[in-house]
Design a binder for this molecule. Structure first.
Ligand code: CP
Length: 305
C-alpha cells in the first residue's frame, strides 16, 4: 500500500510496487479520459528550492491532468524562506493547504527532515547530489517500455557519476533486478561515490569503471548525464571535465541497433544534437514517460482508485 507514504529514497519502493506503478501508468496512457477527474478537490504543493523544468512541470501537469489543483513556488525568494523561515516550518505551513508535497532542495537530507514533521506524503524531487527517486521511476519505466523487461541488461552510465543524483538513485534500484551489469564511464575525478560502490559490491553486481567509450558495442542502454556545474567548488575543474564525453553519430557507429540512449536532461554538450534524429535516442520520450509515471504515483500516494 503506497497510500500516505513519503518517497524519499529510491529504496522506498519495492519491485512489486514499481510494477504496480507501471501497470497504472500504462492504463493512464490508454484510458486518459477516465482519469481526468480522479483528483478533483485535491491539492499538490510543489516547493522548489532549486531550478527545474521537467520535474516541477511534469508534476504540475500530472496533477492538472488528474483534475486536481497545484500551489507552490519555483523561486524560494518569493516565499517566506527568504525571511529566514526554516524548511520544517515551511512544510508544516504548506501542509495546512495541500494533500501532497513535492520538494526539491539543494541540501542532502532536507526531504527526510521535512517529511518527519508531516502527516501528509512528501516526494523528494531531488536533494543535492543524493537522490531523485521519481527520475528513477521515469528511467525504469522508459527502459521497461523499450526493452519490455528490466532484467538481463548491460547498462552504460556516462558522465558525472560523482554528483549525478539521478545516477545514484537509478543504480540503487537497478541492483534489485536480475543479471544487470554496468559499465561506468567517467573522468577519474567524477567516479561514483564510495557509498554506491559499496552497494554494488554488497549485492555482487558485475561492473567495470572506465574513462573511455570503448565498450559502446556491449551496451543495451546508454544513460548519459551532464557534468553538474552547480556542484563544483571551482569553475576551472568544471571546464576541464565538462566536455570529456560527447556522444555523436561517429561514436554510435559501433553501438547495437537496439541500444537506447537515455538522458534525464537537461543536457549541455554531452549528446550532440545530430543524435536526436537517431531512432535510438529516447530522451524526449523519457521526459514524456515521466508525466505518466508521476500521475500514477500521485494517485497511489493519495490512495485514489
Ligand atoms: N531530470 C530532471 O530532474 O530535470 P529538471 O532538473 O529539469 O527537473
Amino acid at each position: 500500500m503506497l497510500k500516505g507514504r513519503s518517497i524519499i529514497c529510491p529504496d522506498d519502493l519495492s519491485i512489486e510496487e514499481i510494477d504496480d506503478l507501471f501497470l497504472l501508468a500504462n492504463d493512464i496512457i490508454i484510458n486518459k479520459e477516465s482519469y481526468k477527474e480522479s483528483c478533483n478537490g485535491y491539492i499538490l504543493a510543489t516547493l522548489f528550492f532549486e531550478s527545474s523544468t521537467r520535474t516541477r512541470l511534469s508534476f504540475e501537469a500530472a496533477m492538472h491532468k488528474l483534475g486536481g489543483d497545484v500551489v507552490g513556488f519555483s523561486d524560494f525568494n518569493s516565499s517566506s524562506v527568504a525571511k529566514g523561515e526554516s524548511i520544517t516550518d515551511t512544510v508544516r505551513t504548506v501542509e495546512c493547504y495541500s494533500d501532497l508535497i513535492v520538494l526539491r532542495h539543494p541540501k542532502e537530507g532536507a526531504p527526510i527532515l521535512a517529511s518527519n514533521v508531516l502527516d501528509i506524503p512528501l516526494i523528494n524531487a531531488g536533494d543535492g547530489a543524493h537522490y531523485h527517486p521519481t527520475q528513477t521511476l521515469t528511467d525504469l519505466y522508459t527502459i521497461y517500455n523499450y526493452k519490455k523487461k528490466i532484467d538481463n541488461l548491460v547498462i552504460g552510465i556516462c558522465g558525472d557519476l560523482k554528483f549525478g543524483r539521478t545516477v545514484h538513485s537509478l543504480i540503487k534500484v537497478l541492483c534489485k533486478y536480475k543479471n544487470i551489469s554496468f559499465v561506468f564511464i567517467s573522468p577519474d575525478k567524477l567516479r561514483l561515490p564510495d557509498y554506491i560502490i559499496k552497494v554494488l559490491d554488497k549485492e555482487g553486481i558485475k561492473y567495470i569503471e572506465t574513462d573511455n567509450l570503448d565498450n559502446m558495442k556491449d551496451l543495451d542502454v546508454l544513460y548519459m548525464t551532464r557534468v553538474q556545474k552547480e556542484r563544483f567548488f571551482n569553475e576551472e575543474d568544471y571546464i576541464k571535465l565538462k566536455d570529456k564525453f560527447i556522444i555523436n553519430n561517429e561514436v554510435l557507429k559501433s553501438a547495437k541497433e537496439d541500444l537506447i540512449i537515455m538522458h534525464p536532461l537537461p543536457r549541455n554538450n554531452e549528446i550532440s544534437s545530430e543524435v536526436d534524429l537517431d531512432k535510438r535516442a529516447v530522451y524526449f520520450k523519457q521526459a514524456k514517460y515521466g508525466l505518466y509515471i508521476r500521475m500514477a504515483l500521485i494517485l497511489k500516494l493519495l490512495g485514489i482508485k
